[in-house]
Design a protein around this ligand. Structure first.
Ligand code: AMP
Ligand code: ZN
Length: 467
């Protein structure tokens, strides 16, 4: 089934066709974290969305090259390095490691490449030199190098591809040095920022003098190096459309004269209890905050995957409790299927896989995908209760679940391993019951409970379950 995605570039849902003439390889770049703090759950919504896109492409048979940069040179980072009287590497290294740990806890597949801006200074300088040579960048009196929107447009290039901009109000030559600015202040933006005392030790030599790159040029240089001058997909949160992604397009197309990216995908933002997350409102959560409250990465992932990526998502702690319950239903169903299937094997049952694929192919319609999963849980539970499911039916259902879970990435837990001491106690209890020594059998049951295990009597004999 053809995969359709909403392309911000065309403002429409389009069939995804890769650039690869063999229709197999796909290049995907997602703007990575700015490593100046622990990532918050808003950031995680975007990275889990990127993981969903990658897994859906892989599920559809493509071979994906997933690149996610690490922004380790940027205005906010330099400010914090100065405040903390530390070095860039020491400061960013800590948050980069934490980010990768959290990525794993959320069940995201690790990107194939994670380029750091600080390790791509030569590529960044080379790209700026190209822009200077093509007349689209200039060095200002402050020593910094700026991108000229006027010259870029003068060459017939289009500034404002991702969103409509009022360029008539722009004053030629007006400049903005900061990495982040509003739509209202469209202006020439910094590619190379001349060294100032506040930068401390964060600077590199360049043909334009000592300094450091702007944030936007970093992503152009790293994505082009990893995936070529034109590639398939570029992702990020919706706040990155302007100026970051618009500037990436301008720099890249200005330097290469080729279209930069075929599909731009943007994830909508996350709110907490209906409000923009902020530390002062006390509604700001990192993944670590949620783990400390006793939730798991799997539950957070489930919740973040529960709504469509183009809709604003309202995160609540109640929602997270709901995720726990929903996952328990899936786990229980899959656990029972494993019992019934025993050692039987079978190819995947087609109904769930077909409904699930159709939902995802429709611009990642996760609501329909989850509806297919929970309908399958309901029907499967019913067949198990009716004892109408054979071992091979159960194996086929499990195989279907595994295919679907390759996209969802929530892998229902396999039965917890039973320690030898616990199974010995269970054997003793069975022997006591057989000998009709109910006092002893009850005492063993209580002992097991105190150790965190319960015994369930099933038609196939007893089963030990972790509480
Ligand atoms: P940053 O580390 O600030 O560069 O952000 C990393 C990613 O998180 C970017 O793609 C942002 O667009 C995204 N992001 C930031 N805040 C939110 C939010 N509240 N909801 C969803 N995504 C966000
Ligand atoms: Zn970027």
């Amino acid at each position: 089934m053809a995969l359709k995605l909403f392309n911000t570039l065309t403002r429409s849902v389009q069939e995804f066709v890769p650039l690869d003439p063999h229709g197999k390889m796909v290049g995907l770049y997602c703007c990575g974290p700015t490593v100046y703090d622990f990532a918050h759950i808003g950031n995680w919504r975007t990275f889990v969305f990127a993981d969903l896109v990658r897994r859906t492409l892989e599920f559809s048979g493509y071979v994906v090259r997933h690149v996610m940069n690490v922004t380790d040179v940027e205005d906010k980072i330099i400010k914090r390095v100065r405040e903390n009287k530390t070095t860039l590497r020491e400061f960013t290294g800590k948050f980069e490691t934490a980010f990768l740990d959290d990525l794993k806890a959320l069940g995201c597949r690790e990107p194939h490449q994670k380029p750091r801006a600080s390790e791509h200074i030569p590529e960044i300088i080379a790209l700026i030199e190209k822009l200077v040579a093509r007349g689209m960048a200039y060095q200002a009196h402050d020593g910094s190098v700026y991108f000229s929107i006027e010259k870029y447009r003068g060459c017939g290039c289009h500034y404002g591809q991702l969103l409509k901009l009022n360029l008539d109000e722009m004053r030629a030559g007006e400049r903005v040095a900061s990495d982040e600015y509003e739509k209202e202040s469209i202006a020439d933006f910094a590619l190379w920022k001349a060294r100032v005392p506040d930068d401390g030790e964060v600077f590199w030599p360049s043909p334009f003098g000592e300094g450091r790159p702007g944030w936007h040029i970093e992503c152009s240089a790293m994505s082009i190096k990893a995936l070529g001058e034109t590639f398939d997909l570029h992702l990020g949160g919706e706040d990155l459309k302007f100026p970051h992604h618009e500037d990436e397009i301008a720099q890249s197309e200005g330097a290469t004269g080729k279209p930069f990216v075929k599909f731009w995908l943007h994830g909508a933002h996350l709110l907490v209890e209906g409000k923009k997350m902020s530390k002062s409102l006390g509604n700001y959560f990192t993944l670590r905050d949620l783990l400390a409250k006793g939730f798991t990465g799997r539950e957070v992932r489930f919740l973040l995957l529960s709504s469509h990526y183009r809709e604003t998502f309202n995160f609540t702690l109640d929602g997270l409790h709901g995720a726990k319950t929903a996952l328990a239903r899936i786990d229980e169903c899959v656990g029972k299927l494993r019992d019934v299937a025993g050692n039987a094997t079978a190819g995947p049952d087609s109904k769930l896989v077909e409904q699930f694929s159709a939902a995802l192919a429709d611009d990642l319609n996760v609501s329909a995908a989850w509806a297919a999963v929970f309908e399958w849980v309901r029907e499967t539970n019913k067949s198990i209760a009716d004892i109408s499911l054979s071992a091979s039916d159960a194996a086929a259902a499990l195989a279907a679940w595994e295919k679907v879970d390759a996209v969802l990435g929530i892998s229902a837990k396999a039965e917890a391993e039973v320690p030898a001491e616990i199974s010995a106690l269970a054997d003793d209890r069975a022997a006591a019951k057989k000998a009709r020594d109910f006092k002893r059998s009850d005492a063993i049951r209580d002992e097991l409970k105190a150790k965190g295990w319960v015994i369930e009597d099933t038609p196939k004999g007893i089963k030990l379950k972790k509480i």
